[in-house]
Design a protein. Structure first.
Length: 453
């Protein structure tokens, strides 16, 4: 059986493939809309996935009034609004600004921050990272230099459990015992140990140093691992920058073992060989209710049900996860009440059963929303859902070779081919890919058997 997560070491920065981004970063935002086949698209950054009920209501209203009524969750815990009517940009900006979703228009595309979604809710992790999240977002919006970051640059705040530390962020801050933190840059083999109090500011300074180094080298890059520098050079430059700013730090060897397995995978030894984490499993986790959203697509009715559920608890908010899921903090809920809320969310079409195959199956937008797609991949993925859910690896369906939104880590790629049908390929770190063709989703089980040992 293929192992779900490889134990191969992460590449050092000197092993990164040199990239030159000659074209500008066209990543969409809330103020820079993208024209798709189904209308304009807006991507609203939600740092850490944290929303108040009022902000959630505003997003639902914007989708209903200006777009197709649906909300689409991204692999970074952000929200996309699709099918937006022409000329609605100013009205959208006014709605989002009034709700506090655009604290700095100049920084709106660079506020890409993922955070451990169950932090402070299930008794795990070394610390609650929500104060870090508030401080990092404020420091980011206050940084004039940070405006130059690409809309693809990513920060991750991990509470020590290793979930978002495994997402390949450009700057990762991971909590450690004793009120400390480890600051990591891309796939570099070394981390910088800093105090917890300094961690958010250190993360922003690290991004600024990256921009300085790239500019000095004349490198047109968007992500840290695209920067072709000798191993450790960027880490040293960041350490110097932190010291100049009065932040104490120490270089330490990076421990990547913990990043290979998330809490769900570490629960039992058996799961380590068969499961790649898809975020918090559906159901109740500590004082939180977790649901998975198939394909990250929420209808207006589903979004209303989620916001209604969040409004019913004392915390008064919700969190979006990088695995296209939702977490509703429920600190004041008894067993009967949580069961009732989960039942209502399930009745709305959201996944609340931890045994569901949905968290292990994903797909890009596909037809008809994307002009590049060669197939209606979501319909085909749904047809093959039962078989794919039993696969030893997550399965991701793509309408073309770009594989937009595919999960990080080992998986089975199902890519639509130019002449029709699909190509199944294993993507397992440290192993040669194995592939086969699939003419029709009804034959998915046979195709799967052909590529798995």
């Amino acid at each position: 059986m293929l192992a779900a997560m490889s134990t191969a070491p992460r590449p050092s920065s000197s092993q990164a493939t040199a990239v030159s981004r000659d074209a500008g970063d066209a990543c969409p935002g809330a103020l820079r809309l993208h024209e798709a086949d189904d209308g304009a698209l807006a991507r609203v950054r939600i740092p850490g996935g944290v929303l108040t009920v009022e902000q959630a209501v505003t997003l639902g209203e914007a989708a209903r009034r200006l777009g197709d009524g649906e909300l689409h969750l991204t692999s970074r815990g952000n929200v996309q609004l699709r099918g937006l009517r022409a000329g609605c940009g100013a009205e959208l900006a006014e709605l989002l600004g009034a709700a506090g979703l655009l604290p700095s228009p100049a920084h709106e595309r660079v506020r890409n921050v993922v955070a451990s979604p169950l932090s402070g809710l299930d008794g795990r992790g070394a610390r609650d990272v929500r104060p870090w999240l508030t401080d990092l977002d404020a420091a980011l919006c206050a940084s004039t230099a940070a405006v130059a970051l690409s809309g693809r640059f990513l920060f991750a705040l991990d509470d020590g459990r290793g979930d978002v530390a495994a997402l390949g962020a450009d700057v990762t801050v991971r909590a450690t015992d004793g009120d400390g933190a480890l600051l990591s840059l891309g796939a570099a083999r070394e981390s910088l140990r800093v105090s917890g109090a300094d961690a958010p500011r250190a993360a922003v300074l690290a991004a600024e140093v990256f921009l300085d180094v790239a500019r000095a080298r004349g490198a047109r890059v968007w992500r840290i691992d695209e920067l072709d520098v000798p191993a450790g050079e960027l880490t040293v430059a960041v350490a110097r920058g932190l010291t100049r700013s009065g932040i104490g730090c120490a270089r330490v060897e990076r421990d990547t073992a913990e990043e290979r397995h998330t809490p769900r995978e570490r629960d039992t030894a058996e799961e380590r060989d068969t499961v790649e984490a898809a975020g918090p499993p559906p159901g109740q986790a500590g004082s939180a209710l977790c649901v998975h959203v198939p394909f990250g697509r929420l209808t207006a009715a589903q979004w209303r049900e989620v916001t209604r559920a969040a409004a019913g608890f004392r915390s008064g908010g919700l969190r979006l996860t990088p695995w296209r899921g939702l977490v509703v903090p429920a600190p004041d809920a008894g067993p009967g009440r949580t069961a009732d809320v989960l039942a209502r969310l399930s009745a709305a079409g959201l996944v609340t059963d931890a045994g569901s195959p949905w968290p292990r199956v994903g797909a890009c937008t596909g037809r008809p929303g994307c002009a590049r797609s060669r197939a209606d991949v979501r319909a085909d993925a749904t047809r093959a859902l039962a078989t794919a859910g039993r696969a030893p690896l997550p399965v991701y369906w793509s309408g073309c070779e770009r594989r937009c939104g595919h999960p990080r880590g080992d998986r089975i790629d199902v890519v639509a081919e130019p002449g029709g049908g699909y190509r199944l390929t294993t993507a397992v770190r440290g192993q040669d890919p194995r592939g086969t063709s699939l003419d029709d989703p009804s034959g998915f089980a046979a195709a799967l058997a052909a590529i798995l040992p």
